[in-house]
Design a protein around this ligand. Structure first.
Ligand code: BES
Ligand code: MN
Ligand code: ZN
Length: 510
């Protein structure tokens, strides 16, 4: 991943000499102060002709006029981007518009092969913290992502290898803006790391790779890391992880990453489904679309990637990430429908459908994390059910919880970050659907309320700990079309988790 350099400048943008200058405006025909008369004329003319009105997502690319008799602007090109009218919008809506602006600029940087770009922060954003720099930078960095490591570069054309440098021009609060930029860089880089892991194919991203990623991160940022291998997982009695892994030639791993401050009073436990390929096992999936099941580890990727930012920001709260990882294959030793397994906490489970494997590995990881770390809250992320896509489509992550106050905090984090969440109920009646005649529970509750009965299964493994389950099956890839959401994995959840952790003082206040 290329790391983009970001500079905040208090100088006039007219001095910028790079490839692409972005001017942000609104429906009030806002124009930044400039001394260059020709540029002023050009900008005004766009509004006067009616060719550009500053609406949201409106963008015009043009070239500064050259006049030998007077100073003219030396940026190679200029894009003017509209935000629409922001004055009556809420903070989350404004955030999303600004990320969209960043994404549009990133798309144009690619189109014009501009590796050195500049943004002029407009005065009409000055009421916002950091003048909206955080969201604009997020949009730029997230929108600049491409997963092309397995494609040979085209030899005939000049290639574009991503945005290398961003200069942000703003005459105000350069320290506050710098801080906003730092936050955006940390959270976006984490989200991009999650995309990188998730976009790897199943043969090149195995439990081993997850373990190596965690070890490397721990070493670089002095986190504590523990990897449990197959024999340890078996010895600990994690029948879910072992069961799902039985049909595979690739051994499972249980990955634990810990950020432990010297002094702390609260602990947040994050658990992510790290299923590196889901064939369905013996209850095999249809062939069509099965390739997308390489993304079945997006929850695990999100959780580990979030630790990338936690490790650098070092909040005064303990954060522990646990990722159970295996693939779900149908080798001759594979789990069979009707088999009964025993989870880490002793609960027995009748495996009715081997394709409902996510809950089996998460159950062990949740029970283990809750017992070992006694967290104040648990958040799990998983591409758990197709049913959540039927219910919510690709626009919202599904949420189920045993603690509404906590869930409300996470919902707000999601909203602030442009990763909207929708809560589904989790009444006792749903839990009754997973009663089994032959074991304590069974691993499917039938078609009706499929996402909720999956959550009801997980709930059995968190005791009374305040817990949130996020079903990201609809949003982890094929997420809503947005300028800053690129093809493939979206990295959903990462920025929401980071926002939630950044505000732990408030979010753990229930
Ligand atoms: N990983 C899948 C869920 C999934 C399906 C995610 C489609 C994204 C897109 C999960 O392991 C699964 O197969 N769930 C089953 C559960 C069923 C057998 C109770 C499902 O949703 O069909
Ligand atoms: Mn499955
Ligand atoms: Zn799965």
């Amino acid at each position: 991943m290329n790391e983009t350099k970001i500079v905040v400048s208090g100088k006039s943008f007219e001095q910028y000499r790079g490839s692409l200058l972005a001017i942000i405006t609104n429906e009030d025909k806002y124009l930044p102060f400039c001394t260059d008369k020709l540029l002023k004329k050009q900008l005004t003319k766009m509004f006067d002709t009616g060719d550009f009105s500053g609406k949201k997502n409106e963008l015009i690319l043009f070239y500064p006029a050259v006049d030998k008799r007077q100073d003219s602007i030396s940026a190679k090109r200029i894009v003017q981007v509209g935000t629409g009218n922001l004055s009556t919008e809420s903070q989350p809506v404004i955030n999303e518009i600004l990320r969209g602006v960043g994404g549009l600029i990133a798309q144009n940087a690619e189109k014009t092969k501009s590796e050195d770009i500049a943004i002029v922060l407009p005065d009409f954003l000055k009421a916002l913290k950091g003048c909206g720099a955080e969201q604009i930078v997020e949009g730029l960095l997230l929108g600049d992502y491409r997963f092309i490591k397995y494609k040979k570069p085209a030899t005939d054309k000049k290639t574009f290898s991503g945005i290398k440098k961003i200069t942000i021009y703003c005459k105000k609060d350069s320290r506050v803006i710098r801080r906003s930029v730092n936050r955006a860089q940390l959270s976006s880089q984490a989200a991009l790391k999650a995309r990188d892991m998730a976009n790897e194919p199943g043969n090149l991203w195995t439990p081993q790779h997850f373990a190596a990623f965690a070890r490397k991160l721990a070493k670089k940022h002095s986190l504590k890391c523990k990897i449990y291998d197959k024999s340890q997982i078996a010895r600990m009695g994690m029948g879910g992880i072992i069961g799902v892994n039985q049909g595979s030639a690739t051994p499972p791993k249980l990955i634990v990453l810990e950020h432990t401050p010297k002094k702390f009073s609260k602990t947040i436990l994050l658990v992510g489904k790290g299923l590196t390929f889901d064939s369905g096992g013996i209850s095999i999936k249809p062939a069509s679309g099965m390739q997308d099941m390489k993304y079945d580890m997006c929850g695990g990727a999100a959780v580990l990637a979030s630790m990338h930012s936690v490790a650098q920001e070092k909040p005064d709260v303990r954060v522990v990430a646990v990722v159970p990882s295996t693939d779900n294959m149908s080798g001759s030793k594979a789990l069979k429908p009707g088999d009964i397994i025993t989870h880490y906490n002793g609960i027995t489970s009748e495996v009715v459908n081997t394709d409902a494997e996510g809950r089996l590995i998460l159950a062990d990881a949740l029970a283990f994390g809750v017992k070992k770390y006694k967290p104040d809250c648990v958040i799990d992320l998983a591409t758990l059910t197709g049913a959540v896509i039927i219910g919510l489509g690709h626009h919202r992550t599904g949420m189920m919880t045993n603690n509404d106050a906590l869930a409300e905090q996470l919902k707000q984090s999601g909203e602030y970050c442009g990763e909207p969440i929708w809560q589904l109920p989790l009444d006792e009646e749903y839990t009754n659907q997973i009663d089994s005649d032959v074991a304590d529970i069974k691993n499917t509750g039938g078609k009706a309320g499929g996402s909720i009965t999956a959550a009801a299964y997980l709930q059995k493994f968190v005791d009374k700990t305040p817990w949130i389950h996020l079903d990201i099956a609809g949003t982890a890839w094929d997420f809503t079309k947005k300028s800053y959401i690129t093809k493939g994995a979206s990295g959903v959840g990462v920025r929401t988790l980071i926002h939630f952790i950044r505000n732990w003082n408030k979010t753990l206040n229930f």
